[in-house]
Design a binder for this molecule. Sequence first.
Ligand code: GLN
Length: 458
Amino acid sequence: MMKTANKTVTATRLVKDALAKVKHFEDYNIFTFINEEGALKKAAEIDAKIARGEKVGRLAGVPYALKDNFLSPEGETTASAHILEGFSSPVTATAVAKLEAEGAIMIGRTNMDAFAHGSSTENSYFGPTRNAFDKERVAGGSSGGSAVAVALDIVEFATGTDTGGSIRQPASFNGVYGLKPTYGTISRYGVVAMASSTDCIGFFTKTPDDMNLLMEITAGQDPKDMTTLPDYYKESTPKESSLRIGIIKDFDNESVDIEIRKALKKKCEELKAKGHEIVELEMPALKYALAAYYIIVPAEIASNLSRYDGIRYGFRAGDSQDLNALYKNTRSEGFMPENKRRIMIGNFVLSSGFYDAYFLKAAKARTLIVKEYADAFSKCDFILTPVSPNPAFKLGEKVGDPVAMYLEDMMSVSLNLAGVPGLAIPAGKTKDGLALGLQLVGPRRSDKALIEFSKELI
Ligand code: GLN
């Protein structure tokens, strides 16, 4: 359970402790902004309320870290991209407003791949974040800063976004819990858009109970986000005690690190010993998930990033002769290479000459994947699979090879295409001391039961 403030342990004490840890772990490059003044001010307000005997929220005085793509007025929201430098948000994301209404205190914004494009946090304008267990290795991405902030106990929870794995993969690289909820569970209002049909808001925590509490606070319909679902979360009922757990046969091959495969087998044995049944699944459409994802997502990125023109937000390149040159110079200087790659791929697959060959095909593959998950969940209650094919890799190892980086996502992206929830859970360590993670996958709206069930695997 998260430590909340009371008369003896004040919010100010909790915030000061967290800020001291921020300083201590400075060389991991976790934060893009430290909210020292704002956090202490909020803590003092909460302490005053407690002293007056007033009611405080369920997260009173709990320090947390905010991924740099959530809008809030403190500091600049840059999505770790040069093109948003200097942008102070006039609005607050719904998720942030809900957390803060319960008394949570944001102590800093966390580093990420610029615009959440990436799997290692190396695409950040501010440089990479380091892995919590090995400083020479990547934090995972795109929510690398948030995952490491929780793994190193700087904060008890951090926010993330998951468009194709950006919560689950860094969670598994750093040995913490990371939830990508059912699409539409938490409002995306006030979060920098990557791919609107797969973007999900979620969290990193140390325990399933903390995850459940954060979901209870933030899930629900929001008039400002038309894709939010009616509030199902609190009402959902836990599953029966003995369950059928699906294992995807297609993923048990040489492209998956042997230690990850062993961790999966071990967890299956533990589940069997607890009376659950293991069901083998064939899911042949999943092999198209990565290709479909890297067509659909860039198409949506190209559209979502078209708003960054040097006029409305953040950075503007100097010395432009006319308006077109201003757009061109701002976008050329402001975006990272990976952002530009996706804008180009996206516009290409949407162009009239290639739409049928690429975008339409990918959309059809997506439908097959949705059906395949629906089928799978008629044969089992949950699925247990790896999150990624390997544990954290070395800094610099893949950043120059976009395809190698994209392959990192082969086990995570299908959930986003299907809109189903996935919870990354810690699953031990490699012999070199790196974190291993697995993910539990459930049908849409099974999020609460999924979190509850993960306790079987502790
Ligand atoms: N690594 C994936 C990508 O680069 C997922 C990113 C994300 O979920 N934001 O697209």
